[in-house]
Design a binder for this molecule. Structure first.
Ligand code: GZL
Length: 329
């Protein structure tokens, strides 16, 4: 009898202890999961920025740096000064530093597959910010940025409206082989198919900069002069450079030459107030909050869609003065 009681006691103890152990394990596991679940304060993010070519880029960089600071995460930021090889070097450095996630705004669409594969092999997710890269989808977690083709379509629709469906257009293209330049080029021409009397008589890269926009527009004016009815600029900075060239040439930007550009930076609103720019298609650079929110989700293994598109508008001179004070870049 005593033996039976003893055996029963041992069995009951095992059941209780086992339950406790499972309980402790599950607690540890839960705790462990909470210990493993990353938070901003223990997140380390590498970001490869392509350069500082425009006011849009300044706004994009400020958004990323200010958001990182406000969230209390560690940001390792690299400015590639418009060179893809510097971006590739930066990504390799981030891999060596074993950051948790890498953000990159690829200056051009091609040439990324090898270094993105190195990041994947190192178990470090890549998030494309602002610009797409032409790589297999499995090499990046998501793309956070605009629909550049739609921006080109919007610019063409506005241009058709302003020109009454006919006129000679010159085009300042963005950085050659960059996603925004490629897609804005395509989107604009897609809509122009419906307007056979709207002709692009010249198209050249101004590399998204004011200086190049002025230089290339000067060349267009020397070659075509008052045959030019309108300018389509892939960004506001190159449009603002072109405005200087048009005034130097003795014509009225926004009147003698209709101008439609992209970005909606503060200086573009001022140019519309001054009657020198006729419309700007918004392209949102303030991607910092969405980037870091997405980075944390990716690091914690949460689902994110392959593309997180920006919501954007078009702005005109009529209400530029009212809106300008609200603009953040
Ligand atoms: C677009 C961005 C472009 C801007 C330019 O998302 O990559 O680069 O339109 C900037 O102003 O230089």
């Amino acid at each position: 009898m005593r033996v039976k009681a003893y055996i029963l006691f041992i069995l009951m103890s095992c059941v209780i202890l086992g339950g406790c152990k499972r309980g402790i394990d599950s607690e540890l596991q839960t705790t462990g999961q909470s210990e493993n679940k990353r938070v901003y304060q223990n997140l380390v993010v590498g970001f490869s920025q392509l350069g500082a070519e425009s006011k849009w880029r300044d706004g994009n960089t400020a958004s990323i740096k200010k958001t990182a600071e406000s969230l209390g995460l560690e940001l390792i930021f690299s400015d590639a000064q418009q060179k893809q090889e510097n971006q590739i070097k930066a990504i390799r450095t981030f891999i060596a530093q074993q950051v948790d996630v890498i953000g990159v705004s690829p200056i051009v669409e091609t040439g990324w597959e090898s270094v993105f594969q190195e990041a994947k092999d190192a178990g470090i997710p890549i998030i494309l910010v602002d610009r797409r890269a032409d790589v297999p989808e499995e090499l990046y977690a998501t793309y956070i940025g605009s629909d550049f083709t739609e921006e080109g379509r919007k610019a063409a629709r506005v241009m058709a409206e302003l020109l009454g469906g006919k006129g000679n257009i010159v085009e300042l293209v963005g950085t050659i082989n960059s996603a925004p330049a490629n897609d804005r080029y395509i989107g604009f021409r897609e809509i122009l198919q419906d307007y056979p009397e709207m002709k692009i008589i010249a198209s050249e890269s101004a590399d998204f900069t004011r200086a190049k926009g002025e230089e290339v527009m000067r060349g267009f004016l020397e070659q075509y002069g008052d045959q030019i009815d309108a300018l389509y600029a892939h960004n506001d900075d190159s449009a603002l450079g072109a405005i200087r060239a048009i005034e130097d040439y003795g014509l009225q930007p926004g009147q003698d030459i209709i101008i439609v550009s992209v970005d909606a930076i503060r200086d573009a609103f001022q140019a519309m107030i001054d009657g020198k720019l006729n419309a700007t298609v918004e392209c949102n650079p303030l991607l910092g909050p969405l980037f870091f929110e997405t980075a944390l989700k990716v690091v914690n293994g949460e689902y994110v869609p392959k593309w997180i598109p920006s919501q954007e508008s078009i702005f005109f001179p009529e209400n530029a003065a009212e809106i300008l004070p609200t603009r953040k870049y």
